[in-house]
Design a protein around this ligand. Structure first.
Ligand SMILES: [Fe+2]
Ligand SMILES: [Fe+2]
Length: 494
């Protein structure tokens, strides 16, 4: 029987196309999930047709397949037609044709049938309109505003847009994700305080090929922030984000690598919230991070694996705190009546966003420990008091999050308005907020105990220390969901 090769990582699409190919048209459908796998098939079997996604992960799959067909054309007795599922055919292969990837499965199948000579009429290949997001879809938080983020940011309150200057900051973490010897076509600056002004110094001129050694040298001599000019900011953002976002899509991400990249992503987001350089790429990072956190949350025994990881590795404090909190809530949520109705996605968004407006790892750490707030300057004090509300405002204005989620973000310190900190255990907030508050408190103390073990071989708090802590903690949280959650958390540690 002749065969059709289907190359896609979308399970449902692949299975339907491969499954229907034989009963409908009498061709065997062979499914492969990457360009590399497709090439091995092309070496051993003849095909009548190839259906191939334009891009799978970071691989330009259609390009790879077509390039193979062009270079090895002598091995084939005829030119195999290729249907590219995607926007464009830039492969240079004459028999390839791109069709919209969001066509219905039936249409893709019918077009394949047409090319195979089994259908008389060519189906219409016009792309269907993108579906309107459903407001009741509890797992989708992102709905991009009409006119894009920029339009929405322009409408946002003053607190959201602070920065308009000649230079735009970007986080050094981006540079660590650039490949070796890459050409950078924008200038990279550092800055120094000169009186009341800043002086910007060009460190890497546009057009330079940058090696890892250059980056190391630059990082040794600079603080956290690097700058680009306003004119080159958009270009730089696209360039730097492209390499960073690709890292999330690598197929070889184990738990450790995933945690590291999540932590870098968190720091980058924190910076973009602080400097209001939030753009469409920040949205991409958020989406990738939510997916990535979700993957980690689904791993069996995730909480213990994370504790083991922390014993020997370090991540940013903010990311460590939020990931730990999220894991703890995931571990107990299904045990409670109030928890059964919670979407997991909402818990991830709450964990990821609630402290982002603090803008720095230092403030995130400080604000979890009330007793260390004395020496703050006015600006820091203000950020601390306002951060819950400010994070909720950003979620509302830029990300269009549902009300349910923004009110959880607002009340994560026990006060409904999101301004200030509750000094007693507030009873007028959602059960999930109470469970969140207890989880954050435990995480803060756990990380504190761990910090005190710095310098020892493995940084694991002893059973005695944990027992003593939990017996105190249980007294503090003695009512309502606070008490239920505290008890459930205790079981995770002791
Ligand atoms: Fe927090
Ligand atoms: Fe907070």
């Amino acid at each position: 029987m002749s065969s059709v090769l289907i190359v896609t990582d979308e399970k449902e699409l692949g299975t339907i196309l491969a499954g229907k190919m034989e009963p409908k048209y009498g061709f065997q459908g062979i499914l492969r999930a990457s360009g590399t796998e497709a090439l091995s098939m092309l070496q051993i079997l003849p095909f009548e047709l190839i259906i191939c996604k334009e891009k799978i992960g970071v691989e330009f799959t259609a390009f790879k397949v077509c390039e193979y067909l062009i270079t090895n054309k002598d091995d084939f007795d005829k030119e195999i037609p290729v249907i590219i599922l995607g926007k464009s055919n830039l492969t240079g292969y004459a028999r390839a044709e791109a069709i919209p990837a969001n066509l219905s499965y039936d249409k893709i199948l019918a077009y394949a049938g047409f090319l195979l000579g089994k259908e008389k009429i060519k189906p219409s290949l016009e792309a269907p309109p993108a579906p309107e997001p459903k407001s009741e879809d509890r797992t989708t938080v992102f709905v991009l505003p009409k006119g894009g983020l920029k339009a929405e940011a322009d409408k946002a309150p003053e607190a959201v847009k602070k920065i308009v200057s000649k230079f735009y900051p970007f986080h050094v973490r981006y540079l660590m994700h650039l490949p070796e010897n890459v050409k950078v076509d924008f200038g990279i600056y550092t800055r120094m305080k000169k009186g009341d002004e800043f002086e910007y110094n060009l460190k890497i001129p546009a057009g330079n090929i940058v090696s890892k050694a250059d980056i190391d040298k630059l990082l040794m001599r600079t603080s956290k922030d690097l700058y680009v000019t306003k004119e080159e900011a958009a270009k730089a953002s696209e360039f730097l984000n492209k390499f960073f976002i690709e890292k999330f899509r690598r197929s070889d991400l184990d738990i450790e690598k995933r945690l590291m990249i999540n932590s870098d992503g968190f720091e980058i987001l924190l910076e973009s919230f602080k400097t209001s350089t939030f753009d469409k790429f920040s949205v991409e990072i958020i989406k990738e991070m939510v997916k990535s956190i979700d993957t980690l949350m689904k791993m069996p025994d995730g909480l213990n694996q994370f504790k083991n990881f922390l014993a020997t590795h370090r991540l940013s404090y903010g990311y460590t705190h939020m990931h730990f909190t999220c894991l703890m809530i995931f571990s107990i949520v299904d045990k409670f009546e109030w928890g059964k109705e919670q979407s997991k996605n909402k818990i991830i968004y709450l964990s990821l966003f609630h402290d982002l407006c603090l803008g720095s790892d230092r403030l995130i750490k400080l604000h979890h420990k009330f007793f260390e707030q004395k020496n703050l300057n006015e600006e820091d004090k203000q950020s601390m008091l306002e951060h819950a509300n400010a994070s909720a405002v950003i979620l509302e204005n830029i990300v269009k999050a549902p009300k349910e989620l923004t009110s959880l973000v607002r009340e994560h310190h026990g006060i409904k308005s999101g301004k200030g900190f509750a000094d007693s255990k507030s009873i007028s907030i959602a059960s999930l907020s109470m469970a969140f508050i207890v989880a954050e408190d435990i995480v803060t103390h756990y990380l504190d105990m761990q910090e005190k073990l710095d310098g020892t071989k493995d940084r694991v708090p002893s059973k005695e220390a944990l027992t003593a802590y939990f017996s105190d903690m249980m007294k503090k949280y003695d009512k309502l969901t606070y008490a239920d959650a505290a008890q459930a958390y205790q079981k995770l540690f002791l």
